[in-house]
Design a protein around this ligand. Structure first.
Ligand SMILES: [Zn+2]
Length: 382
């Protein structure tokens, strides 16, 4: 005997189906609307070999990840351990007000990709992030697992900010606004990112294309290619530029990688600028490799980058602070040490600094760059 649904039951089922379909459409529409609203304004400018009038492209393409890749990641993921937020950090001395001695470079690791560089009388911050969460809203996005190693109030005057790209964990609008209000620094951003700053009332933004340079007192700043992507919403991917920053001062060239996958751009930078005095290289957000490989180097590849750049010293960044991927919180430095041992790279040449730890670069490792600086003169000749 077969049970046939009554006409009334069929009507109810149809109605439930309509409700469910409507709800799905509403949720998808809302997601698209919110994603669209969050999207950053795109770059408007002439076409170049890496800009087609709407989107930027890497030298080595980064395939776009879609919803099916995201679902696959979330379905298969086996995330490593990240303990709850740790509040107690070892006390650190307040950073020096500035460093003026020619050739001297002081590096302070705040955490994530935020590093205070002090050289030639200039105080410079890379990708400054002080927010508790990195995401589209104060309550959404990856939360901070370690407080900043240097309190915002303890930062010395900031003259210059280098932003690598517009992802939330690198371009943090609340932090940039605080810096703009306190110190009015120049903010060097890759092409297309100034509009976002101005939309949020942040002045001082200046855009650079790949291989374009500007000067700041004794320093020469150049944006170099990296292999990554951009986007803050659902409809703005690849529409603003990303890149690495090169800083040339009296102590030799310094490389700030930002976020990047592996590619020939490291060797290209070495060819153009010579061996680097310092490289700030990301070692986190690399698991699972099938998902992250094209846009984030692993600790192993960070050693390759250190060698390709011929860096006298490298400093590990972009690990342990925000949980962005599947490796455990302490995996990156452990894997970095193993990779350094395997390649027989002397550990002292690739530093993993503690939160807020500051060091002067070894003087013996200084290599002159194209910039020369007479000690008696406050401004170097480029
Ligand atoms: Zn990124």
């Amino acid at each position: 005997m077969t049970l046939k649904p009554t006409r009334r039951a069929r009507r109810r089922l149809r109605r439930a189906g309509l409700w469910l379909g409507g709800l799905c459409l509403f949720l998808l529409g809302s997601a698209a609307l919110v994603g669209g609203c969050l999207s950053a304004p795109g770059h408007e400018g002439a076409m170049t070999p890496h800009f087609d009038g709407k989107r930027f492209a890497n030298h080595v393409p980064v395939p776009e990840k879609g919803l099916s890749d995201m679902l696959r990641w979330w379905w298969l993921r086996k995330p490593g351990a990240w303990p709850e937020r740790q509040e107690a950090l070892p006390p650190r001395p307040r950073p020096e007000r500035e460093v003026r001695e020619p050739g001297r470079v002081r590096v302070t690791f705040v955490n994530h990709a935020t590093v205070l560089l002090q050289l030639d009388g200039v105080n410079l911050l890379t990708d400054p992030v002080y927010s508790d969460r990195v995401g589209p809203f104060a309550w959404a996005g990856s939360k901070r697992h370690l407080p900043p190693g240097i309190a915002f109030a303890a930062l010395p005057r900031i003259d210059l900010v280098l932003v690598s790209h517009n992802h939330y964990d690198h371009l943090d609008l609340p932090t940039l606004r605080r810096l703009a209000e306190r110190d009015r620094p120049r903010v060097l951003v890759p092409l297309g990112n100034r509009a976002l700053l101005e939309k949020h009332g942040i002045r001082g933004g200046e855009e650079l294309d790949w291989w374009q340079s500007t000067r700041h007192g004794p320093l020469k700043l150049t944006l170099a290619p990296s292999r990554h992507w951009s986007g803050r919403g659902l409809s703005d991917r690849f529409q603003t530029l990303w890149g690495a920053h090169v800083i040339e001062g009296s102590g030799g060239p310094i490389y700030f990688a930002g976020d990047t996958g592996w590619g020939p751009h490291f060797e290209e930078a070495r060819r153009r600028f010579g061996a680097f005095r310092l490289a700030l290289l990301p070692i986190g957000a690399y698991q699972p490799r099938w998902f992250m490989r094209e846009s984030h180097i692993s600790p192993d590849e960070a050693v390759d980058a250190h060698l390709a750049l011929e860096a006298a010293t490298s400093v590990a960044i972009h690990f342990g602070t925000f949980r962005l991927s599947d490796e455990a919180q302490d995996d990156p430095p452990r894997e970095l040490r193993a990779a350094l041992r395997a390649r027989k790279v002397v550990g002292e040449r690739f530093w993993v600094l503690g939160q807020g730890e500051a060091r002067d670069l070894p003087r013996a490792a200084a290599r002159p760059s194209a910039v020369t600086c007479a000690p008696a003169r406050p401004v170097c000749a480029l």
